[in-house]
Design a protein around this ligand. Structure first.
Ligand SMILES: Nc1nc2c(ncn2[C@@H]2O[C@H](COP(=O)(O)OP(=O)(O)OP(=O)(O)O)[C@@H](O)[C@H]2O)c(=O)[nH]1
Ligand SMILES: [Mg+2]
Length: 342
């Protein structure tokens, strides 16, 4: 990826985006999302500017109030003059189109605020998963200087869990009533949560939900203790494990939002002080390299194989001469042997 191989338009977009131009930023993100050759060069060139932002995932049960909460958080951050970017990920459900539109309307008065940038992302069956495309978008937003990036998952699905592969801090949002059978918690969401929020605390059952979640959490406290094993002793300044706080918010009237932001800041500080920040960064970079490698190998394999040899193998399987696994092994051997046109 040569520096000068970026076309002139793209280089201008990048300069303008780095200078704070929002339209240029939006166009740049489209290039990165579409994953064309230019997108890869943009990411390569911007990478040295990344690593500054606190990236926070907002995930949890559908309808628990994530979007309302994000809206409320953005307002509070802007009151304190903190710039913030929001990425809404994976609107694949047939309902989320409407939900997203609703989100946009709610955020309408924020659209003219140059300290806020909101981006909705469609999942497009990326072989590297939702996380891969999201990471590209987040990296660009980090590079252009947003100190906080909120990554909101929409509805239920894989994006909920994958958000942890892109973020430093995961906020799991639950709502009263939903917590009674604590489905989300059982489905492993607790494994990725750093902060649990019981939203809609204006509802009377909220306190009971908080209690139910606290008791489930006791069983998961081991997680951070295990994670500490990945950190070399000399980088650990504090051995105190993070104990997952359960907070109450009412996103519709802004209650508990300043406290949530405060606790997010405390989690960031905890990661930095304990050396876990580097562990997380390392994990992100490793996942990113792996995703690119996977994609490049897949593309290379396709050019090596060609459509005909694959179809020929299908034919052999259908006539009973080979099994799928032996056909795959044969193709693999031929590719490895360096056969150009099989
Ligand atoms: N009573 C009450 N209602 C809330 C609160 N926060 C959100 N809601 C309502 O809950 C509903 C769902 O809110 P959303 O913010 O769209 O929830 P979401 O989690 O983003 O939903 P999906 O994106 O579809 O998963 C809306 O009708 C909100 O007005 C709250 O604090 N209290
Ligand atoms: Mg939403």
């Amino acid at each position: 990826l040569k520096q000068d191989s970026l076309n002139v338009d793209c280089a201008h977009l990048m300069q303008n985006a780095l200078a704070g131009n929002r339209r240029a930023l939006a166009k740049l993100l489209t290039i990165v999302e579409n994953d064309e050759a230019d997108g890869q060069i943009v990411l390569a060139q911007l990478f040295s500017h990344t690593g500054q932002a606190h990236i926070v995932g907002i995930t949890g049960s559908p309808g628990s109030g994530k979007s309302t909460l994000v809206n409320s958080m953005v307002r509070e951050l802007r009151k304190n003059d903190v710039k913030v970017a929001v990425v809404a990920v994976d609107p694949t459900s047939p309902f989320s189109g409407g939900a997203l539109l609703g989100d946009r309307l709610r955020m309408r008065d924020l659209a003219t605020d140059s300290g806020v940038f909101i981006r909705s992302m469609a999942s497009r069956g990326d072989p590297g998963g939702v996380a891969h495309t999201t990471r590209g978008v987040v990296n660009v937003l980090d590079a252009v200087g947003f100190p906080i990036i909120l990554v909101e998952t929409v509805g239920a699905g894989q994006a909920q869990v994958e958000v942890a592969q892109v973020t430093h801090t995961v906020v799991l949002v639950e709502a009263p009533g939903m917590g009674d059978d604590i489905q989300a918690l059982k489905a492993g969401m607790m494994e990725i949560a750093d902060i649990v929020v019981v939203n809609k605390s204006d509802k009377p059952e909220a306190q009971r939900t908080v209690q139910a979640i606290r008791s489930v959490l006791m069983l998961h406290e081991q997680r951070m203790a295990d994670e500490m094993n990945d950190v070399s002793p000399e980088t650990i300044n504090s051995h105190k494990a993070w104990s997952i706080p359960v907070l109450m918010t009412s996103a519709i009237n802004g209650q508990g939002i300043p406290n949530l932001l405060k606790v997010m800041g405390e989690h960031q500080k905890y990661l930095l002080d304990s050396g876990l920040w580097q562990v997380v960064q390392r994990r992100h970079v490793r996942a990113e390299i792996e995703a690119w490698l996977q994609r490049k190998i897949q593309a290379w394999l396709q050019t090596q194989l060609g459509k005909q040899s694959l179809e020929a193998a299908v034919g052999l399987v259908l006539t009973g001469e080979q099994s799928p696994v032996s056909a795959a092994q044969d193709l693999f051997n031929k590719v490895i042997a360096g056969t150009k046109k099989i």
